[in-house]
Design a protein around this ligand. Structure first.
Ligand SMILES: [Zn+2]
Length: 153
């Protein structure tokens, strides 16, 4: 297995097309997934592996952004549940997944990375279209800009 370093890490170069908020510490991207409309990732700007590699103040700072994203996703898509996940097994660069879940989504009640339990046809059709996802992305971005102290830098 190849080791992912800062020079080969995909998370070290932000995907500008999906970027919805950033400051000098971390950034938030919108994950365009028809199965999980509203899915976002909070990514630390530096190539650090674990939460406990951060100072206590920086852990709190990162989690405050995660919780702001959670609140924004809840408001935008009103899911049955939010899943917060920090895995980093594939890319060892701190990032949090903020995933809206519905009782009839393809994987529920398993993690979204598990094998699908049912077809995607049971999804929330009114939210899964491309234009609906674009609207959700804008709602989440506006919520973040109004709730987080800093603005896009
Ligand atoms: Zn990285």
């Amino acid at each position: 297995m190849t080791t992912i370093t800062a020079t080969t890490c995909p998370l070290c170069s932000p995907d500008l097309a999906s970027l919805i908020w950033q400051d000098g510490f971390c950034h938030v991207i919108f994950v365009d997934d028809a199965n999980y409309p509203g899915f976002c990732r909070v990514i630390l700007n530096t190539h650090i592996k674990e939460m406990t590699d951060l100072s206590p103040a920086d852990r709190t700072r990162l989690l405050n952004v995660v919780f702001a994203v959670e609140a924004a996703v809840r408001e935008a898509v009103q899911p049955d549940k939010i899943n917060l996940a920090s895995l980093g097994n594939v890319v060892p660069h701190l990032h949090w997944h903020v995933i809206p879940r519905w009782q009839d989504d393809v994987n529920f009640p398993d993690a979204i990375w598990a094998q699908a339990r049912r077809p995607a046809a049971n999804q929330h059709h009114e939210q899964s279209g491309k234009s609906a996802r674009e609207r959700i992305k804008q709602q989440i971005q506006q919520h973040l800009l109004s709730t987080l102290a800093t603005t896009l830098e």
